[in-house]
Design a binder for this molecule. Structure first.
Ligand SMILES: *[C@@H]1O[C@H](CO)[C@@H](O)[C@H](O)[C@H]1NC(C)=O
Ligand SMILES: *[C@@H]1O[C@H](CO)[C@@H](O)[C@H](O)[C@H]1NC(C)=O
Length: 288
């Protein structure tokens, strides 16, 4: 009788010891850090990007709650994974269909986010938040979007305030660039304010007008400058002196059309010429 009582209490004791050990092991195992890059991630508009985030130690995140959101006052949701599936019903609409985790990487503690076709509005600070039953941690990541816009296009609007009104436009920039008008000596000309619009990819279109008076050379430059990206694009236009003398706007339009056509023809000829040269060169180079 006593023997069996002893046996019962021994096995009871063993049971509790095992449970205690198991519990401690589990709770130390379940603690994790959430890590990401210290430097901002830079992405070119239109391309795909990975926002890195991973657990240390690299325990599996398959059973965990993984949430990506923008760091703002109301923490808008970018991507949510919980109960073994993506739950993006409350995702910010601009991210719809563009976010994913790496399912095969989750078991290795890799909770990086893939963001497809990045756009201007994706620029900013993100948080990668991971939660288990016992523990939660997060890490912040900056995403910088860059986009170099189009060659500026100068058009002639007509006579205004005793001069000729020129307008310069360039599309597809991020962040927003500056637009400068300059005379033939590189002096900045007083111009109107820069009009700014955003396109479907949330990139900037900039437009700026200037009214120019006749000078000796009548050469004007529109420069679009993005200092953070260290990028600059400029277009130069030559306005025929006679244009400043003509009185009637319809004549001006006519003259502009003619001169633009001339420029286009000239441009094509030059291009065709270069192309031929290039080809000739290549053949020449390959031959020996
Ligand atoms: C992370 O997990 C994988 C798979 O379980 C393993 O092969 C790898 O060695 C681990 N890496 C580290 C840094 O612990
Ligand atoms: C996580 O997975 C992505 C996609 O496969 C990979 O680019 C990245 O290097 C992984 N990160 C780590 C820490 O393993």
């Amino acid at each position: 009788m006593t023997g069996s009582v002893m046996k019962t209490s021994w096995s009871h004791c063993l049971y509790w010891v095992v449970l205690l050990i198991l519990h401690t092991t589990v709770s130390t195992l379940e603690r994790f850090e959430v890590l990401g890059p210290a430097d901002p991630v830079v992405a070119v508009a239109g391309e795909d990007v990975v926002l890195p985030c991973y657990l240390k130690p690299n325990i599996s995140a398959v059973d965990l709650h993984v949430e990506w959101f923008r760091v703002q006052t109301n923490n808008p949701l970018v991507h949510l994974y919980r109960d073994h599936e993506d739950r993006n019903e409350n995702q910010v609409p601009s991210y719809r269909g563009r976010t994913s985790l790496f399912p095969e990487e989750l078991s290795k503690g890799n909770t990086s986010l893939k963001l497809n076709e990045v756009r201007g509005s994706d620029d900013g600070r993100y948080k990668c938040f991971v939660r288990s039953h016992e523990w939660s941690e997060d890490s912040s990541i900056n995403l910088n979007i860059k986009a170099v816009g189009t060659q500026p296009v100068i058009s002639i609007e007509g006579y205004k305030e005793g001069g000729i009104s020129l307008v310069c436009e360039s599309k597809g920039w991020y962040p927003q660039p500056e637009v400068l008008w300059m005379d033939s000596e590189g002096h900045s000309l007083p111009a109107g304010h820069t009009e700014t619009h955003t396109d479907s990819m949330d990139l900037f279109t900039v437009r700026r007008r200037v009214i120019v008076q006749e000078t000796e050379i009548n050469r004007f430059t529109c420069r679009v400058l993005q200092q953070q990206l260290n990028e600059m694009k400029e277009t130069i236009t030559d306005i025929p002196g006679e244009m400043f003398h003509r009185a009637h706007p319809w004549k001006v339009t006519f003259a502009v059309v003619i001169s633009l056509a001339a420029v286009a023809v000239l441009g094509c000829t030059v291009l065709a010429h270069r192309f031929v040269k290039l080809r000739t060169k290549r053949v020449f180079w390959i031959a020996p």
